[in-house]
Ligand binder design. Structure first.
Ligand code: BGC
Length: 279
């Protein structure tokens, strides 16, 4: 079928990840959830990682299965090495291999710098940066073991790191988070440089303000949303689907020559919007 709409509600030709195996961390809510579902819609089998919220993860699995692909939920804390190693080993047992890692799991523990505890600092660095590193390392090992399978993808594997506009925009009151995302930028670029020769593509997506639980206070009242919109030239708060679509295309062979890049999906938040009227 090339032009008809199938029972999943999308044209068959849009199954740009057909036959690929993907793992999305933090896939029980927000951006991770939308991304896991979108990858399934694009034809991938998907592992739905979560650390809390088993029921939500199972609901994501059901939705993905509705597209006629395989999915299962896997509980693991990405900051714990043994749990990450176990999660990838299990995926190889279940699905045979991995083609796409979306290193998405992340959190905020906000505080003024002088009040920030070491625990708050460490928690954010452990999950947002070390967690992405551990998952990328395990995915890359399997990509290298298996190599390129041309019928599946031109690349030996794809890693999409979920970053943030705060990989380049300093953010008062969030020094742990901004430092973690700045770290993600350099980690992503270094991995891309190191693993490119073996056919592995590493890139990042950097969302701006997306309507998810992590930033509810920034958009849940009309006043807060009006303030937020001043920071967004395109004048709308993003939806998780905006990010999910970007990740899906970036992970596909449509973007096979894109290596070590950050795709900002931010409605223009990184364009120094204050300078539209000042400077
Ligand atoms: C943060 C959100 C914030 C957005 C834009 C994201 O990375 O997690 O809380 O709204 O950046 O500032």
């Amino acid at each position: 079928m090339t032009s008809g709409v199938d029972s999943g509600g999308q044209t068959d030709s849009l199954r740009i990840l057909r036959g690929q195996k993907a793992l999305v961390t933090g896939a029980n809510s927000g951006i991770g959830k939308a991304t896991a579902i979108r990858l399934g819609q694009a034809g991938a089998d998907v592992v739905v990682n979560y650390v809390f919220g088993r029921e939500d993860a199972e609901a994501v699995v059901k939705e993905i299965e509705g597209f006629g692909v395989r999915a299962y939920a896997h509980e693991a804390d990405v900051s714990q090495e043994d749990q990450v190693v176990g999660m990838f080993a299990h995926m190889v047992e279940q699905f045979g291999t991995i083609d796409i890692l979306v290193a998405n799991a992340g959190l905020q523990r906000d505080a003024a710098s002088v009040e920030m505890t070491l625990d708050q600092w460490r928690k954010v660095l452990d999950v947002n940066l070390t967690g992405q590193f551990l998952c990328a390392r395990e995915a890359a090992k399997e990509f290298l073991r298996r190599g390129v399978v041309p019928e599946v993808s031109r690349a030996a594997g794809k890693i999409v790191c979920m970053s943030s506009v705060h990989q380049i925009i300093p953010w008062a009151g969030h020094v742990n988070y901004a430092a973690s995302k700045g770290g993600v930028l350099m980690m992503m670029q270094t991995l891309a440089q190191e693993l490119g020769p073996q056919g592995i593509r590493v890139n990042a997506v950097a969302p701006g303000a997306i309507r998810t639980p992590i930033n509810r206070s920034a958009w849940e009242t009309a006043e807060a949303e009006a303030e937020l919109l001043k920071l967004i030239p395109y004048r709308r708060v993003g939806d998780p689907k905006d990010i999910a679509d970007a990740v899906t295309v970036l992970a596909s062979d449509l973007m096979d020559y894109v290596v070590g890049t950050t795709l900002y999906v931010d409605g223009g938040m990184t364009l120094f919007p204050g300078f539209a009227t000042g400077g």
